[in-house]
Design a protein around this ligand. Structure first.
Ligand code: GDP
Length: 138
């Protein structure tokens, strides 16, 4: 038993058929999938998920992008899950992401950067609760 992080495979990566390859990398890195679903977020749900970014100039663009197609949401478990997952996905901007990271391999751009990863244990818990009930976790 480790702690959890929350991830989303973002619309352009799902659309491009990269979900399987990304999930492979996640499991190969030692994360256990606790919960997972494919879902098309409404504009309201996407806006609510990214509420913390409301004051940032790209908020509208981010919400529009995240509700533009289905995503795959998942809760992942591993020791040191939050930090290790941020390392696995790489920097927000794929041009700065280390070689071998998920964003270096699959992201299209700073905005369309393939995956989300929680930035703290507290946010991991909030984000997991946003998408999953306790009966959907195993
Ligand atoms: P993360 O924690 O690495 O996902 O990065 P942030 O919390 O800073 O940003 C959240 C998400 O907003 C990123 O993953 C990108 O999809 C998007 N984003 C960040 N910066 C920009 C930007 O300058 N323009 C646009 N359009 N989207 C951005």
């Amino acid at each position: 038993m480790g702690n959890i992080t929350f991830t989303m495979i973002k619309p352009e990566a799902v659309e491009a058929g990269n979900s399987g390859a990304i999930l492979n990398k996640i499991e190969a890195a030692g994360f256990r999938i606790v919960a997972m679903k494919k879902v098309h977020l409404s504009e309201e749900r996407a806006g609510s998920f990214y509420e913390v970014h409301k004051e940032r100039p790209f908020y509208g663009e981010l919400v529009e992008y995240m509700c533009g197609g289905p995503i795959i949401a998942a809760i992942l478990e591993k020791e040191n899950a939050v930090l290790d997952f941020r390392t696995l996905i790489g920097a927000t901007n794929p041009s700065e992401a280390a070689e071998g990271t998920i964003r270096a391999e699959f992201a299209e751009s700073l905005a369309k950067n393939a995956v989300h990863g929680s930035d703290s244990d507290e946010n991991a818990s909030i984000e997991a609760d946003f998408h999953f009930s306790t009966s959907e976790r195993f």
